[in-house]
Design a protein around this ligand. Structure first.
Ligand SMILES: Cc1cc2nc3c(=O)[nH]c(=O)nc-3n(C[C@H](O)[C@H](O)[C@H](O)COP(=O)(O)OP(=O)(O)OC[C@H]3O[C@@H](n4cnc5c(N)ncnc54)[C@H](O)[C@@H]3O)c2cc1C
Length: 512
């Protein structure tokens, strides 16, 4: 054994034949990968493997945008592993069978992997652990995605948190997360390489049509792209983050790290420490951005915590009373929302940004989600499913927790009677109209005064801007007052007792 700079004990590699399998899932990185380091400490040789199992996840198998990301991320990771001396093996099919058979074929007596929060992955892990054990082998899981050990976080009275602020306060009082581990410099692979699929044969990229053009221009999936984006953000934008994070038209507003974090191309711990270091360099003068940014990382942590302890969260409301909500069946309206044709400019801009980039600004995610579940009274599960397919950062924990938060059906929700007014939201957070004009160019000549409610603009203004309503741009598919009143009535009738109302949390008041 030798100890590296971070004090991590690893074996000298390539000197013997003991092999460990490293089963990669959402930890597509070399640096700060506890599972990789454990595999290297355990064995002389390491064989990394990624299994594409599109059955085990059921409705939560990766959607179209996620598969696009996955293709590029695996390509980058395969190259990185190749340079270090081993090879990333790709297999497609039933993960449980493939991992068990691969361990048998290579003689690996241990399989290391990252700990998952997704209920389907946890079930899969339990099955793999059992079949490996029946074969005299072992599955070892390691915390690779969260800052803290989520199972250990409880209130003073021993209960689990359902509200963000006390959860975040408890996290902040914990000892710092462990220091990130460095990337290994060399990894010895197996003496005989098992077969691998070719990534191209998985056909994960869209072809007919190829809708990924803007995604290619926006993102660089993989560990190198992730690190570049992190440092670009920290070097030039952390200081202003507190003020600009709510402005969707500000191209420097937020970090855009979410897909990199979801796929584990960066660990939350790496981001946490890098942000702290950058804030220290700012001499504490503008540390407000850091506190706010850290708070967002804790929202991410909180979502994983909620899913871990509420495995039905992606399907069922956390507050059972809300299962009775009389959602509308509105296929035409849902399609208008998905395509960015609702007639509400900030909503349409968000939905078109989502389609083009596979990503949407957080403020606009809240506005578009609220419009769907409140004004349109279409179930949050339908919105969640669309986001799942369209987001490159689609994350089961954060997506479902956020949809329930917006809908008011979670334990930590904004109260149902707060309905975002998309016109007011647009005027407040896109006051200069940069965002709407970028994604809804047919409205670009409308003056700011009318940009967020073109239906109310005088005829002469519309004419001057070259807009004929319902021809160039639709009128709202739901009147804002009508939709709001209908939603409040439906929610009130469902929640008849005050005890059914979600707990209020000051952090969300600030979020409005
Ligand atoms: C309806 C809805 C659905 C969402 N679905 C997802 C999803 O599937 N995947 C996803 O990663 N985020 C989701 N979010 C949360 C949030 O919108 C994104 O994390 C954020 O917009 C990502 O942009 P960023 O990386 O620039 O964030 P930054 O503002 O730079 O924040 C840094 C990191 O903190 C985390 N974070 C930021 N905001 C939140 C938040 N509100 N909740 C939890 N974590 C947060 C993310 O990991 C993010 O990368 C959703 C929000 C809503 C309202």
């Amino acid at each position: 054994m030798v100890a590296d700079k971070a004090g991590v004990k690893t074996k000298r590699h390539g000197t013997g034949d003991r092999l460990a399998l490293l089963w990669l899932r959402q930890d597509l990185r070399l640096a700060d990968n506890q599972a990789l380091h454990a595999a290297m400490a355990d064995a002389d040789r390491v064989l990394p493997v990624f299994v594409l199992d599109q059955e085990a996840g059921g409705p939560w198998a990766p959607g179209g945008a996620s598969l696009w990301w996955l293709h590029h991320s695996l390509a980058a990771l395969g190259e990185a592993y190749g340079k270090l001396g081993t090879r990333l093996i790709l297999r497609r099919g039933d993960a449980s069978t493939i991992i068990t058979e691969l361990a048998r074929e290579t003689g690996a007596d241990i399989v290391h992997c990252g700990m998952a929060h997704e209920p389907w992955l946890r079930r899969l892990d339990a099955g793999v652990a059992a079949s490996l054990q029946a074969d005299g082998r072992k599955l070892a899981t390691h915390r690779v995605a969260t800052l803290f050990d989520l199972d250990g976080i409880r209130s003073k009275t021993g209960t689990r948190y359902g509200v963000y602020t006390p959860f975040a306060n408890t996290c902040r009082a914990l000892p710092d997360p462990e220091q990130p581990l460095p990337a290994p410099k060399k990894i010895a692979g197996p003496v005989r390489l098992p077969n691998s699929d070719r990534l191209e044969d998985w056909c994960l990229l869209p072809t007919a049509p190829d809708w990924a053009g803007s995604m290619r221009d926006t993102w660089t999936p993989g560990e190198v792209g992730a690190s570049r984006r992190l440092h670009d953000f920290l070097d030039s934008r952390l200081d202003g983050y507190g003020a600009s994070r709510d402005i969707p038209g500000d191209p420097k507003g937020t970090s855009m790290l979410s897909p990199h974090l979801h796929w584990g191309e960066l660990s939350a711990t790496q981001v946490w420490y890098a942000a702290r270091e950058a804030a220290a360099k700012l001499n504490g003068v503008r540390a407000g951005g850091f506190e706010r940014f850290q708070g967002e990382l804790l929202w991410h942590e909180f979502a994983a915590y909620l899913l871990r302890h509420n495995p039905a969260m992606p399907e069922d409301p956390l507050r059972p009373a809300f299962a009775r909500l009389p959602w509308r069946d509105d296929a035409k309206g849902l399609q208008a929302w998905q395509r960015g044709r609702t007639g509400i400019p900030i909503v349409d801009a968000g939905m078109r940004q989502l389609w083009q980039l596979g990503w949407m600004h957080n403020r606009v995610r809240m506005i578009t989600a609220s419009y769907l579940v409140k004004h349109m009274l279409v179930s949050w599960q339908q919105g969640e499913a669309w986001f799942w397919d369209a987001l490159v950062d689609a994350d089961l924990a954060t997506n479902s927790a956020s949809w329930q938060w917006v809908a008011g059906t979670g334990t930590d929700s904004q109260p149902f009677f707060r309905v975002f007014n998309p016109v007011t939201q647009g005027r407040k957070f896109d006051a200069d109209g940069l965002y709407v004009r970028q994604y809804v160019p047919e409205l670009k000549s409308l003056p700011d005064r009318w940009l967020h409610e073109p239906w109310a603009a005088p005829d002469v203004v519309l004419k001057k801007a070259g807009i004929v309503l319902d021809h160039d741009y639709p009128r709202p598919i739901v009147g804002l007052d009508e939709g709001r009143d209908r939603a409040l009535k439906a929610f009130r009738e469902t929640v008849q007792h005050r005890s059914d109302e979600p707990e209020a949390d000051e952090a969300q008041d600030a979020a409005e």
